[in-house]
Design a protein around this ligand. Structure first.
Ligand code: HGY
Ligand code: MN
Ligand code: MN
Length: 421
């Protein structure tokens, strides 16, 4: 990292907020949702179109593309010393089925804006800069979340990733080949000097505190537990209550248990069931099967373990009372994350230097940065979002918030990439 004098000359350096906002609005036209947001799910034709647009913009900015066997896109801006390990910035272009326009996309396009601004200002850096689009961060179509960054970080095998299936039984591997975005690079073979991920907070804390920047010190740990309850399909009219083996009732009681367990681990613990399916899902058949996913999170490792073990005990008790068969499968997990203190300090220094209000914050959502932090020094930057709303098509940020965070990203990246004076 360079000394403060060179960094101080960067104090008046800034990104083009209008150009960033225009890129966000144009990317939002790719895979539009039905209520103003986006449905650009991973490895769909819409994802392929978004990738192509991002690659075109990067090539227009003089960057070259690397692509690995998981479809992770690495867009490189050259430094004066190409042999040095680069500074990585990035996030994800894939969205939830009813996602917003900024979750993930902001971090990828802000990385592009950093390179565009560096070129405009004629700044040269010792280290190359690589802007990344990580495949399948959301985990909505193919569980788990952060799948391809997890493979890059050695948390999952390529075979595991390629075998993941969506609700229609299509595999990650087949869909990646179908859209033609599988590269030749072995995932994880790249050396990263430092990585920064800029992201919307996806919660209410920054807006409520009136802060422009979140200096992310930690990320929550997570369990995704998929439960399958098996009972017996039967007639809802003619089957006496005492004879029923009702998987839907079991799911309802476990839903209550999830809420109770999360509340028993306050503060800073959350739990919900976001995805649930009853079978045969016919209005006059007692459901003989229920399949649903529990999402538990907390920054506290001991609480995370406790929530899982309490759930497993209570679910077994409920299944036994109702005569149901219970299967529990872990479909996602990572322990709480502490980001690199030196890089976190660079983010905080950049916010101070730019005169932006800021506060330390723990990430409630999972991010690719959580996995990359296992293999390289990593830090995150947050901007507020309106009403803390995300994973909702009404997700909203302001152009001012977007630019402020992108300026912090620019300064943190310049600090780490070392300006050549
Ligand atoms: O689930 C998450 O936290 C992320 O948005 N994929
Ligand atoms: Mn995200
Ligand atoms: Mn998300």
């Amino acid at each position: 990292m360079q000394d403060d004098s060179a960094v101080m000359t960067a104090a008046n350096m800034t990104v083009d907020g209008d150009r960033l906002w225009d890129s966000l609005e144009r990317m939002a036209q790719v895979g539009p949702g039905i209520a103003g947001g986006n449905n650009r799910q991973t490895l769909t034709d819409e994802d392929a179109a978004g990738r192509a647009l991002f690659a075109e913009w990067c090539r227009d900015a003089g960057m070259t593309m690397g692509l690995d066997r998981m479809g992770n896109m690495f867009m490189r801006h050259e430094g004066t010393e190409p042999a040095l390990d680069p500074i990585y910035v990035g996030s994800h272009l894939d969205t939830q089925p009813t996602g917003g326009k900024y979750d993930g996309v902001l971090g990828v396009l802000a990385g592009l804006e950093v390179v565009r601004a560096i070129r405009d200002m004629g700044i040269r850096t010792r280290r190359p800069i690589v802007v990344v689009n990580w495949t399948n961060e959301e985990g909505a179509r193919f569980a788990p979340a952060m799948l391809a960054s997890g493979v890059f970080a050695g948390m999952h095998s390529e075979d595991y990733a390629n075998s993941r299936t969506d609700a229609e039984g299509k595999t990650f591997g087949a869909e990646l080949d179908r859209i033609g975005w599988r590269g030749d690079e072995v995932p994880g073979n790249r050396r990263i000097h430092a990585m920064f991920e800029y992201h919307i907070e996806q919660g209410p804390i920054l807006e409520a505190a009136g802060k422009q920047i979140g200096v992310v010190t930690h990320g929550q740990g997570l369990w995704w537990l998929e439960l399958t309850l098996t009972g017996k399909d039967a007639h809802t009219g003619s089957t006496p209550m005492a004879m029923r083996v009702n998987a839907g009732l079991g799911m309802a009681r476990i839903t209550e248990a999830v809420q109770r367990i999360a509340m028993a681990h306050q503060p800073d613990a959350v739990g919900a069931i976001g995805q649930a399916n009853l079978y045969p899902n016919s209005r006059n058949v007692i459901p003989g099967k229920a399949v649903f996913t529990i999402d538990f999170r907390t920054p506290d490792a001991a609480k995370l373990a406790s929530m899982r073990s309490m759930l497993e005990a209570e679910a077994a008790e409920i299944a036994k009372e109702l005569g149901l068969d219970l299967k529990i499968e872990v479909t996602g997990h990572f322990e709480p994350v502490a980001f690199d203190p030196t890089l976190v300090g660079k983010v905080r220094d950049a916010a101070k230097r730019l005169g932006l209000s800021h506060m330390d914050i723990v990430s409630g959502a999972g991010h690719d940065a959580c996995w990359i932090n296992q293999v390289a020094p990593t830090a995150m930057i947050f901007c507020p979002c309106v009403d803390g709303l995300s994973h909702n098509e009404a997700e909203e940020i302001s152009p001012e918030w977007a630019k402020a965070g992108c300026d912090v990203l620019l300064h943190a990246v310049l600090d780490a990439a070392e300006i050549v004076t």
